[in-house]
Ligand binder design. Structure first.
Ligand code: IVH
Length: 690
């Protein structure tokens, strides 16, 4: 009986004993067909029509039949995806048509020159029709289908001979084991890229960490490592993806007329292709696509290192031909590299405003992600030891987008002799106080406090003057550094005692600039209670907690007098935050500082008691990500808070909504993964209007 909705065969298990060999064979066949179809709907069309549990049931039924009747097992059976026997080595595969590489360009000029060569080659003045693909950062693979059945997969190797990775590729669920067509070609070689999606890469590294195994430096390495497993069962546990972008040998079917037609055909017969592609006329449009995708790069679910431009019509490709080992009809337009190799010259530690000790790698200058990098954070001691980064090592440095540069991994086979593991210093390099590590915390801290440690003092003062705190324009890091070193300023209250004379004595400070700073100081006196609380730099009290505290206590006296029980009543304040606030105000110097600042003239409007319990976002935690079309981040936050919501910095299971704009990155991915409702600016405005 054919079930219309599920397209699968249902049958009565009780009659199993009575069935003929022919009936078993028929059932196995229809189960296979159904599983192929559902895998295709699930992985490639993103439109499953049966629940996962039903898929599993069909899968297990097929497995059971195949175990009982091994003769019924076919090469294209979906059950083979769980990984067969391990190999001792990969065998070699000769490619029917060599797998070549692409010429690269980085600058606009390289693309214009490519377009000129193409037009010369085709002897035309007119604009060329180009197909644009993304340049996936994975590994090139040739998939061979014989009579529509997946039979072999090979890596690119040296272009002529690759390695047979058939059993590993078989575990990739988006790759069809049988083509979805009536009359498949006798032989079809599909060319494309195996890659690992960013989310799967994060999950894999998380698992590696839990198993205390080495993490992968990037999705490409993870994909390569997973594909080069001799045991396909390991590959089966790693989620890999695939996008087709070309064709090799073809027999028994007419080759489509263009690159676009080829990808359309692939899509029809169930071979995964990427949705992000375009057909354009002329070079100017190539560059426009490049810039557009560069902006959206971080939002993509997979990594790319550029785009590939191809003359669309195959007849024109053939006329242009090849030069040495690369086609004349295509070019890769690469993004500036986000990763580069360099040497660790030293590992120093920096002391933050709360005394947090951060190891920083001093690097031989290297150009990466469009800038020259000389330092990169190593986050904390644990991370340096886990990654085993040592002075003298050659390391991979990464700078993606505007993210601060970081050291990804050491290249172990280039490690010089006699290096030693990183050792956290016992004393603060700035004030000499002991460095201590509280149990269960990854961060080590200087125990000197701001009174003893100039680094903490500078950090605290810089925080006080920063944009989200008292926003004192012109009072930057370098100026504060000098003011502290010359003992002109010790606490934030000293800022308000500065005069033109004192400031003009500093290096390179003109009287005009001194006056501007005094004006900025004067302006900063009119502030808000949340900003003031945040500016104090109490540990664990960020912008959002400061707002909650201000809303709850409504003035400084009440906050300073609060006991633990009262603090715990504040929205989102737990024992750790409460302790930290109590600890801060138990120090009379801090209480004195607050008094002095208020005496210097810092003031704020009285905080009104508001009842937001029935507002749209009452009790909801909301994360903002990306650039919204019209609202600034501050405006969107204010709107959400006015409607009872709370802004959170990162997406978790506790997040109720994510408001996403352009260039939303990993937070949006995470939200999708967790099934959290994603709102646009329009949604947000509409909800707030109601
Ligand atoms: S077309 C004749 N298209 O780039 C060469 N290659 O440098 C045809 N790659 O080994 C290759 N994305 O691994 C092509 N959309 C794409 C690609 C792509 C990534 C890789 C591929 C190849 C290398 C060429």
């Amino acid at each position: 009986m054919q079930n219309e909705l599920f397209g699968v065969v249902a049958h009565d298990n009780k009659n199993d004993e009575l069935r003929t060999a022919e009936e078993w064979s028929q059932e196995a066949q229809s189960l296979r067909a159904a599983l192929h179809l559902h895998a295709h709907r699930y992985y490639n069309l993103d439109a499953p029509t049966i629940p996962d549990a039903e898929y599993d049931r069909l899968f297990q039924r097929l497995q059971k039949i195949e175990i009982e009747f091994p003769d019924l097992k076919t090469e294209d059976s979906p059950t083979s995806r769980i990984g067969g026997a391990a190999l001792t080595e990969f065998s070699q595969v000769q490619h029917a048509i060599p797998m070549l590489s692409l010429n690269n360009g980085f600058e606009d000029e390289d693309v214009l020159a490519f377009d000129r060569r193409v037009r010369e080659g085709l002897e035309t003045q007119g604009e060329i029709e180009y197909a644009i693909d993304l340049k996936f950062d994975g590994l090139a693979i040739n998939l061979r289908y014989i009579d529509g059945v997946f039979t072999q997969a090979a890596t690119r190797g040296d272009g002529t001979t690759g390695e047979d990775v058939t059993e590993n590729i078989r575990t990739i669920r988006s790759i069809p084991l049988r083509l979805q067509c009536e009359n498949p070609p006798a032989i079809l070689d599909v060319r494309g890229e195996v890659l690992m999606f960013k989310a799967d890469f994060e999950t894999l590294n998380q698992r590696q960490r839990e198993n205390e195994a080495k993490e992968f430096a990037n999705p490409r390495n993870a994909a390569a490592g997973s594909l080069r497993q001799l045991d396909p069962k390991i590959t089966a546990q790693r989620s890999l993806g695939f996008f087709a972008y070309g064709i090799g040998y073809l027999e028994g079917a007419e080759k489509p007329a263009s690159h676009r037609a080829l990808l359309d055909w692939y899509r029809q017969i169930g071979i995964p292709t990427c949705q992000e592609s375009a057909i354009v006329q002329g070079a100017a449009n190539l560059l426009e696509f490049y810039r557009g995708i560069q902006l959206r790069r971080t939002q993509l679910a997979y990594e790319i290192d550029g785009v590939v431009y191809k003359v669309n019509r195959f007849a024109e490709q053939a006329r242009l031909g090849f030069v040495s080992r690369a086609p004349r009809f295509a070019i890769a337009h690469k993004f500036p590299a986000e990763e580069a190799l360099t040497q660790v010259l030293d590992i120093e530690v920096q002391v933050g405003r709360t005394g947090a000790i951060t190891p920083v790698a001093r690097l031989a200058p290297v150009f990466v992600g469009g800038v020259t990098v000389t330092n990169a954070t190593l986050h904390n001691e644990e991370e340096v030891l886990r990654k085993d980064i040592r002075v003298g090592d050659t390391v991979i440095v990464r700078r993606a987008g505007d993210v601060i540069p970081e050291v990804v991994a050491s290249v172990l086979d280039q490690r010089p002799l006699h290096t030693t593991s990183f050792l956290l210093p016992e004393h603060c390099p700035v004030c000499g106080s002991a460095i201590v590590k509280v149990q269960d915390e990854t961060i080590a801290r200087c125990s000197g406090g701001w009174l003893k440690c100039a680094a903490q003092r500078k950090g605290g003062l810089f925080h006080f003057a920063s944009r989200k705190a008292l926003n004192i324009e012109g009072l930057g890091e370098q100026l504060i550094e000098q003011l502290v070193d010359k003992n002109v300023v010790t606490t934030a209250a000293d800022f308000y005692k500065l005069g033109v004379l004192g400031l003009s004595e500093l290096d390179r400070m003109a009287e005009k600039s001194a006056q501007n700073i005094l004006l900025a100081l004067e302006n900063s006196k009119a502030t808000s209670l949340p900003r003031f609380i945040y500016a104090l730099g109490i540990r664990h009290v960020g912008e959002s907690t400061a707002k909650d505290l201000a809303k709850h206590f409504r003035d400084m006296d009440h906050l300073m007098a609060a006991n633990e029980e009262q603090l715990l009543q504040v929205n989102d304040v737990g024992p750790v935050v409460a302790q930290s606030i109590l600890h801060y105000f138990s120090d009379t110097l801090n209480v004195e500082l607050v008094r002095q600042l208020i005496a210097a003239g810092i003031h704020w409007p009285q905080v009104e008691a508001l009842d937001l319990s029935s507002a749209v976002f009452a009790g909801k935690s909301i994360v903002l990500t990306g650039t919204l079309p019209t609202l600034s981040r501050e405006q969107a936050s204010a709107l959400i808070e006015k409607n009872g919501g709370k802004i959170a910095g990162s997406v978790s299971k506790k997040t109720h909504f994510v408001v996403a704009g352009d260039d939303a990155g990993s937070k949006l991915l995470k939200a999708r993964e967790l099934g959290i409702t994603v709102l646009s600016e329009t949604d947000l405005l509409e909800m707030c209007q109601d």
